[in-house]
Each structure stands twice: as C-alpha cells, then as structure tokens.
Design a protein around this ligand. Structure first.
Ligand SMILES: Cc1cc2nc3c(=O)[nH]c(=O)nc-3n(C[C@H](O)[C@H](O)[C@H](O)COP(=O)(O)O)c2cc1C
Length: 185
C-alpha cells in the first residue's frame, strides 16, 4: 500500500484513537472543575503513576498546579455529550458540574471529587511535571483507585468490554468505541 506524507502537525491525529478521560481538580475556594483529556496514560507500575498532558492556557492547568492533586475519571459512551461539554467550555466561565449535571462523589485519598457517572477513578497526588511545548505533562502518583463492580473482571483484573464502552477520541468531534477483545496466546 502506498504511503502518503502528512504534515507533522497532524501527529496527534495519527496517535488515535485514544482513551478519553475526565480530570477533576479544585480551585483555591474548593470548587471542583472538570477537563476532558485524551492525552493521558499510565507511566509506571511501581510506584503507580499516571501522566496527563494539559494545555498551558487551560484553567485546569492553573488548578492542578495550585492544588497539586487530581482525579482521572474514566467515562463510558453513555455520557459522551457531557464529555464533549467538559471539553468545550472553560471552568473559568462556567461551573461544569452544574452545567453537565454530573455528580460529585468524594474521593478516598485526595480533595478533588470523583465523578459518580464515570466507571473508574484514579486519585492522584502530583509528584512531577514536565513542560512539553504548549502543554505540561503532570505526573501523579495513584494513591487510590476504584471501579464499578460490573465493569471489572475480578479474575483477569481488567475492564469488561461487555459492560463498559470506553470513549475513544479520533479528533475534533469524532469518537469511536471498542467492541471486541482478541486474546493472543
Ligand atoms: C475529546 C477531547 C479531548 C481533549 N483532550 C485534551 C487534552 O488531552 N489536553 C488538553 O489540554 N485539552 C484537551 N481537550 C480540550 C479541553 O478539554 C478544553 O480546552 C476544556 O474546555 C478546558 O477546560 P478548562 O479551561 O476548564 O480547564 C480535549 C477536548 C476534547 C473534547
């Protein structure tokens, strides 16, 4: 098959699809904000670390630097419209919990709340950050993790795709999901 050259600025569109997450953080008065991210990944087993890449102009960038804690919440397709809302409005101008109707659920070990409607939650304490061009990679130690019972296979210790449809971001307003599992022996 022939290869076509594309502009290097399109690199994120080739790194796709990506798991989409909702990250919560707190302002100085203790008000919670939500940002939609698809630049997020685990980055160490021991200690368990999670990395998120946040644009330097985002309100959440300021909040995470200030409160030094965040929660990575993993949504499913049934709240796609709310995920899009949290990724298109800024917490500087709007209370995204009120606007989206999403529900705050107290976290176990950090101050920012979990989002009740999400399926899994990684509570993180900021341990490092790295400036990468117009974004900052915030690295959090996962100090507590929780998941909806019906979405987790306790034997295999993995997400159950029969009950959980992750939101995978392609680019802009385009999303997909994963419907099948292949086992390689
Ligand atoms: C599907 C999707 C994925 C996104 N991924 C990222 C991301 O990885 N990093 C980022 O900084 N912004 C990302 N954004 C944009 C932010 O979510 C958006 O700018 C948001 O309004 C910022 O909110 P805040 O100003 O309240 O922090 C994404 C938006 C959408 C809809």
């Amino acid at each position: 098959m022939a290869k076509i050259d594309v502009d290097a600025s399109l690199a994120p569109r080739l790194f796709a699809p990506r798991l989409t997450v909702l990250v919560t953080s707190l302002d100085k008065k203790g008000r919670a904000n939500i940002i939609t991210l698809s630049w997020a990944m685990p980055t160490s087993f021991d200690p368990p670390l999670a990395a998120i890449s946040v644009g330097k102009r985002r309100y959440s960038h300021e909040l995470i630097e200030g409160c030094r804690e965040f929660v990575v919440n993993i949504p499913s397709q049934d709240i796609l419209e709310k995920v899009q809302l949290c990724g298109s409005r800024s917490g500087r101008n709007v209370d995204k919990f009120a606007e989206s109707g999403l529900t705050q659920l107290p976290s176990k070990k950090v101050k920012p709340p979990r989002i009740k409607e999400c399926v899994a939650h990684l509570e993180c304490k900021l341990v490092d950050s790295l400036s990468t061009g117009d974004h900052t990679i915030f690295i959090g130690e996962v100090v507590a993790a929780s998941v909806d019972e019906e979405a987790f296979d306790g034997m295999e210790k993995c997400i159950k795709l029969e009950t959980f449809k992750p939101i995978l971001h392609l680019t802009g307003p385009y999303f997909t999901t994963s419907t099948s599992v292949r086992q390689i022996n």
